[in-house]
Ligand binder design. Structure first.
Ligand SMILES: [Zn+2]
Length: 252
């Protein structure tokens, strides 16, 4: 009998910051690799700088999953497409999965920033699929499911779960407290949960005191906090729960 080393799921935190780049942190973006498969969970406007810092080859990304339609979560996609056309001469297709309206929002932003480029053609196919909490998506050997969470963006916001190779990563996206969160985290190897403030209630966001109170309800192997705002970062060295940082790499 031969021993086969299982493939690890590697999660790289490209950006752990809030919308304001508090603490100099980049916008939300998490890169997942399992063997040849590569996924992005969110792609905020500053994410392409993070790809370069983390040694991620953006031209090899196949799938981008977007939690909600705010710029610190999807605003990097136009730059990913722009680099695909001019920098990488990309031919590999790209699949973007997200809330209803993702395609229109990406194209509006792209056309505002670089008029005429989309109309000229990118040289590679970009397809879009709509997230639906009633139906998981199977792509590149992964099962991608979602739950509705409580946040803005002009469309339903989602928490996302990616299951691949017997491992699972749950990601809250941006949300205030919802009973969907323990369900999302249930049995996962990693739960990346947003935590914008320490104790200041902020509509559409979570705070540390709430998560500390509720943490036993997350049946995950590892809870990490991200999307860190200024009030939380002031206390970063005094906290019990683990904080992510830009460039962090986790092996599952
Ligand atoms: Zn955000």
């Amino acid at each position: 009998m031969t021993n086969v080393t299982p493939i690890e799921l590697i999660v790289t935190c490209v950006g752990s910051g809030d919308a304001f780049h508090s603490g100099g942190r980049l916008h939300s973006c998490y890169h997942l690799t399992w063997g040849e498969a590569q996924f992005l969970l969110d792609c905020g406007a500053s994410s392409p700088a993070g790809f370069m810092r983390c040694g991620i080859h953006a031209d090899q990304l196949d799938v981008v999953i977007v939690s909600h339609l705010h710029g610190d979560h999807f605003g990097g996609i136009p730059y990913l497409l722009l680099a695909g056309k001019y920098l990488h001469r990309r031919t590999r297709p790209l699949l973007c999965i997200g809330p209803e309206g993702l395609q229109q929002r990406v194209e509006q932003v792209f056309n505002a920033l670089y008029p005429g480029v989309l109309a000229d053609g990118l040289g590679f196919a970009v397809t879009y699929r709509v997230l639906d909490s009633a139906a998981a998506v199977a792509v590149q050997g992964a099962r991608i499911s979602c739950v509705p969470v409580v946040h803005g963006g002009g469309a339903q916001a989602f928490g996302i779960r990616v299951e691949i190779g017997g491992r699972s990563v749950s990601y809250s996206g941006d949300t205030e407290w919802t009973e969907q969160l323990p369900l999302l985290a249930q049995g996962s190897d990693l739960f990346v949960c947003e935590c914008f403030s320490y104790d200041q209630p902020t509509p559409g966001h979570l705070d540390y005191v709430t998560l500390l109170r509720e943490k036993e309800r997350f049946s995950t192997q590892r809870l990490v906090l991200s999307h860190l705002g200024p009030q939380l970062l002031e206390r970063a060295d005094q906290l019990e729960l683990e904080l992510l940082y830009d460039g962090a790499r986790l092996w599952l």
